[in-house]
Design a protein around this ligand. Sequence first.
Ligand code: GDP
Ligand code: MG
Length: 440
Amino acid sequence: LSDRLSGILSGLTRRGSLTEEDVNAALREVRRALLEADVALEVVRSFTDKVRERAVGAEVLKSVTPGQQVIKIVNDVLIETLGGEGEGINFDAVPPVPVLMVGLQGSGKTTSTAKIAKRLTERHKKKVLMASLDTRRPAAMEQLAILGSQVGVQTLPIVAGQSAVQIARRAVEAARLGGFDVVMLDTAGRVTLDDTLMAEVAEVKAATSPHEVLLVADALTGQDAVNTARAFDARVGLTGIVLTRMDGDSRGGAALSMRAVTGKPIKLVGIGEKVDELDEFHPSRVANRILGMGDIVSLVEKAAQTIDAEQAQATAQRMAKGQFDLSDMRAQLQQMEKMGGIGGVMGMLPGMKQAQSQLANAGVGDKMFKSMIAAIDSMTPAERKNPDLLKNSRKKRIAAGSGTTAEQINKLLKMHRGMADAMKMMSKQKGGMLGKLGSM
Ligand code: GDP
Ligand code: MG
């Protein structure tokens, strides 16, 4: 795999835009890498389509090959698709907050229930009650009770002969009476998906209105994970995913598949059998794992660094000439985001103070960078070059395409005008900061 990907990363450097041919050549190998990582076929297709859309026509910068440029885009789209970092359990509700754990048998539900309970107790100072609703395997309730005493979390006393729904109701009631913050419900699983399992889980959900419904899934199951995730989401509705056995030799394909199919965040990952072997989800690490460790990753990173440096230089040169279109603004926004927000880069460039206050005046917080970048991504190259083209109908299209509002687009354009004006003024001050940057 590494050899094949390296193949497309070498080759001649070239300036100009990425052609469909460049992109397809690189994507052939990327598709193979994804399939080897056990990413579901349908996800591979939609993923490569997304990369193609972003890549064809993108500019190839000096000193990187077209293949490297495509891989950089692949890496970016992969991280975006894998989604947010460090999304924890949400307990923004009236306590006791019910958390329902679902999934196939052996996926790691019981272990993960105890791991999460331990974390909530220790790090978040929550009072947690755990209850096993697994009425089929006699040892299952014992297993949770043992884990409970091991991690110092209370478990609901076992009463023989109750149904899963009865136990769930009793657990919520006990948590309410006992002043617990969170009540974790560990359900029974089946080896395969079946209707009885789904019906039972759905019934428990209806009876307890859980705030979180977490699918526990084994990272080693690869392709099957997609069917499991889709079935649980359709039948009970998921709020997030806990991916277990990430300590195994999985390539992380299941993470991408499940996230892409359900759109639900991967909240935590299991990295071993022990009760503290639970970790936050790091999209960039998983992206590395999917594309292949080692040389490929460092090649991609090197390419990315080169691209970043060149982008910064190209923008600086254009700015020095008083040119500043929406693509330049996008580059700036991305740079700012990377370097820790508005205070970061702009504060370091003396000439940028003006633009910085423009941003602040426009009410732009660091959180808005992402949606502004998304809006610029939804524009055509012509629109980015010439913002005057953006009449109402186009604004509507862009807002719809990027999940923003027409008002946000107007703000963005206003800000761009302000920044472009500031650039123009500064470029006239010969020998200024920007002039120096431009001649670098
Ligand atoms: P359940 O049937 O879904 O409740 O699954 P269990 O919680 O009983 O776990 C099944 C097996 O998987 C146990 O042997 C666990 O120790 C093991 N297990 C769970 N999570 C992980 C993990 O993240 N990594 C590894 N290596 N093993 C795990
Ligand atoms: Mg279990």
